[in-house]
Write a protein that binds this ligand. Sequence first.
Ligand code: NDP
Length: 453
Amino acid sequence: MSHDLINPATGAVFTSVQHVDAAAVDDAVRRAQAAQRRWARVAPAERAAALRAFAASVDAHIGELAALEVTNAGHPVSAAEWEAGHVRDVLQFYAGSPERLAGKQIPVASGLDVTFHEPLGVVGVITPWNFPMPIAVWGFAPALAAGNAVLIKPAEWTPLTTLRLGELAAESGLDPDLLQVLPGAGAVVGERLITHPGVAKIVFTGSTVTGKHVLATAAAQVKRVTLELGGKSANIVFDDCDLEQAAATAPYGVFDNAGQDCCARSRILVQRNVYDRFMELLEPAVAGVTVGDPASRDTEMGPLVSRPHWEKVASYVPDDAPVAFRGTAPTGDGFWFPPTVLTPNRTDRSVTEEIFGPVVTVLPFDDEADAIALANDTAYGLSGSIWTENLSRGLRVSRAVEAGNLSVNSHSSVRYTTPFGGFKQSGLGRELGPDAPLAFTETKNVFIAVKEM
Ligand code: NDP
């Protein structure tokens, strides 16, 4: 079946892709199993070299990959180039893993006891539409490094860069059956990956609703899962911080990728005694966000990904919404939405639900305890920021906020060298960091009896 793709900046169909069906998934699993058995026997140094060759191939196609993401997902070109470069960097980082995945030798009586990190086999990676390239590589790079084969199902709206990465892997010399991209519907291709007994693990990134379904379905086979789900992260601004910097960077913390970011700091919490001053500083910062043609190097924020998603985001800003101020966005065709700042009450759905668009709420708080209680008053727990010049407070509040990735005086969440993932309903397990390949292995213990010690 052919599926049309729409350019979010124009609203027009620009190409179509062929979807695969459940029978094609079964065939892909069979081929992946055979390829994985061969790959697991490849010497660690050769596996590392193969990943480095793949990274080099990505590096040679940064511009092409970025251009695809500009058209398919509406990402600003500079952001899309960063994302393609990130794929290269993550591959290079995990190319260091095959030769370091060492087990242990454990002291025991009458023999030798050693552990091995055995690959799981075939891994299914299901990705969302918001960051197609980074989220795909977070799954496939450590999985391949640990000796697995990978089947990726990209989101229906944004499959093009993932398909191209699959081609680049094969062009760089990787067995084409080792990394296969399976475009198609979640209910067909995703579902078959989760239920197929030949798929040992699912790495799922997407909404919490679908994540719960993945977890429940995988449970039938005790299938391994990693879940990276939604977020509603807090940006906590204390009165002792550099208020100018906190206000100047707050738009970056939430409007990056048009707010379609699981780590978006979509709830700004401001200490009451500096609230008015913060809002005065925030208004020009929001007005200064350049929203427009994603192909332009001046653009900081592009359109939303699709018409249905635009309608969802717009539902949080009805005519009587408590809008404090808004930035500007193009009008006309395309799924444009201006950066929007709301000042609702604490129980409004704009405060409690993940909007996943360029809409941020600002609430005042009284003291540290109130800030922590507000920050934790959510089912999610992915990331957050704390602005304070008092580093004791920064550390104390970081430890008290129930989230997996916190930053003090910064909005940075993702570094491939450090672990990433959520507390509570933001997810299960961790990606990235030096230990990520271990999540694609089973630990095997072998005891060898020795007759005369
Ligand atoms: P969805 O949950 O709708 O979809 C995610 C992926 O799952 C898509 O590929 C989708 O396919 C697929 N899928 C849908 N139904 C099923 C099913 N029954 N079985 C298997 N797979 C299925 O999420 P979105 O695409 O809307 O992504 C946005 C969400 O992702 C946000 O909530 C965001 O917070 C979260 N996210 C989390 C991140 C994190 O690291 N924690 C990072 C980035 C995003 P299809 O395209 O066909 O619908």
